[in-house]
Design a protein around this ligand. Structure first.
Ligand code: G
Ligand code: G
Ligand code: NA
Length: 259
C-alpha cells in the first residue's frame, strides 16, 4: 500500500510535523492556546491528507508511533512559543487516538514536559467519543492518571456521536469542543434550521457549564459566526477566521508581527 510506505518513510525520515492552530477567547479574540494538528510533509508529494493517514495508521497500528512523534514536536513548539511570548499562559491541545492510551503514556508525557520545563496544567488531551466508547479499563486508568497529573481532557467533535452527553458524568472531562457542523448550521440553511442550531448550541453550553466544563466552538469562518457564538455564551473558538493551522515558523512570525 502506497500510503503505508509513505507513513513508514515519514517516521524514518522525520517528515511528520505538528501544525498549530490558535484557539482564541471569543470575548476579545486573544489567543488562549494552540491545537496541534498532524501533517505528513512528503518532500516530493507535499502535505498528504491527514484524515486518510490517521485512518490507515489506526488500522495498521502505526498511529501510536506517529502520535508520539507529533506530541514530541508539539511540546517543543510550545516551549518555543513560551520563550517568544515570555508568559506561560497559553495551552497546547493534542489529539489522541484510542490506541495511544498505553500504560507508558503518562510517563512519556511527564518526561517530555520535564525536558521542556512545561507545566502539565498547560496540556489538553483531546479525545473523541471513540476513546471512551472502547470502555477499556486500561484506557480509563490512563485518562484518570493524566487528569490527576494536571492535564485537562477535552471531548472533541461534541454532539456528533451516539451518546456524547453520557460521557460527561463518567469521565474527567474539562473542555467540550462543539463540532464544526453546529457552527456551520448557525449561518447556513433555512431560518428554522438556524434558529434550532442556536438552541442546540445554547443547550450544550448550559449543560457543559453546569458540569464545570469550558466550551470551545470549532470551524469559525465568518465574523457573523464569531458574534453569534460569543452571544450564545461560548468561551473559546477556533477556525479559519482567526487562523488556519500553520507550521511553527509561520506562527512565530505571525505572533512577532502582532506584538
Ligand atoms: O487538521 P485536519 O482537519 O486536516 O485533521 C483531520 C482529522 O485528523 C481531524 O479529525 C483531526 O482531529 C485529526 N487529527 C489531526 N491531527 C491529529 C493527531 O495528531 N492525532 C490524531 N489522532 N488525530 C489527529
Ligand atoms: O476533529 P478536529 O476538531 O480535531 O478537526 C480539526 C479539523 O478541522 C482539522 O482538519 C482542521 O484543519 C480543520 N479546521 C480548522 N478550522 C477550520 C475551519 O474554520 N473550517 C473548516 N472547514 N475546517 C477547519
Ligand atoms: Na481535535
Amino acid at each position: 500500500h502506497e500510503m503505508e510506505q509513505n507513513i513508514e518513510a515519514g517516521l524514518k525520515e522525520d517528515w511528520f510535523e505538528a501544525y498549530l492552530q490558535p484557539i482564541v477567547s471569543l470575548a476579545d479574540g486573544r489567543i488562549a492556546g494552540f491545537e496541534a494538528l498532524m501533517r505528513l510533509n512528503h518532500p516530493e508529494k507535499g502535505i498528504l491528507p491527514p484524515a486518510k493517514i490517521i485512518g490507515i495508521a489506526e488500522e495498521t497500528g502505526t498511529i501510536a508511533r506517529i502520535g508520539e512523534r507529533v506530541l514530541e514536536k508539539a511540546i517543543g513548539h510550545l516551549a518555543r512559543l513560551t520563550r517568544l511570548e515570555g508568559t506561560e499562559t497559553t495551552y497546547l491541545a493534542v489529539n489522541f487516538s484510542p490506541l495511544q492510551f498505553e500504560e507508558t503514556l503518562p510517563h512519556k508525557l511527564a518526561a517530555l514536559l520535564l525536558k521542556h520545563h512545561i507545566s502539565p496544567a498547560r496540556i489538553v488531551i483531546e479525545i473523541t467519543e471513540a476513546v471512551l466508547m472502547l470502555d477499556n479499563p486500561d484506557v480509563h486508568a490512563v485518562l484518570k492518571q493524566l487528569s490527576e497529573f494536571g492535564c485537562r481532557i477535552a471531548l472533541d467533535d461534541f454532539g456528533t456521536g451516539y451518546s456524547s452527553l453520557s460521557y460527561l458524568n463518567r469521565f474527567p472531562v474539562d473542555i467540550v469542543k462543539v463540532d464544526q457542523s453546529f457552527t456551520r448550521s448557525l449561518t447556513t440553511g433555512t431560518a428554522d434550521i438556524r434558529r434550532k442550531s442556536r438552541m442546540l448550541i445554547k443547550g450544550i453550553r448550559t449543560i457543559s457549564h453546569q458540569m464545570g466544563c469550558t466550551v470551545v466552538a470549532e470551524g469559525i469562518e465568518t465574523k457573523e459566526q464569531w458574534e453569534l457564538l460569543r452571544k450564545l455564551g461560548l468561551d473559546f473558538g477556533q477556525g479559519y477566521l482567526f487562523s488556519r493551522p500553520m507550521p511553527i515558523e509561520n506562527m512565530l512570525l505571525m505572533l512577532e508581527m502582532e506584538s
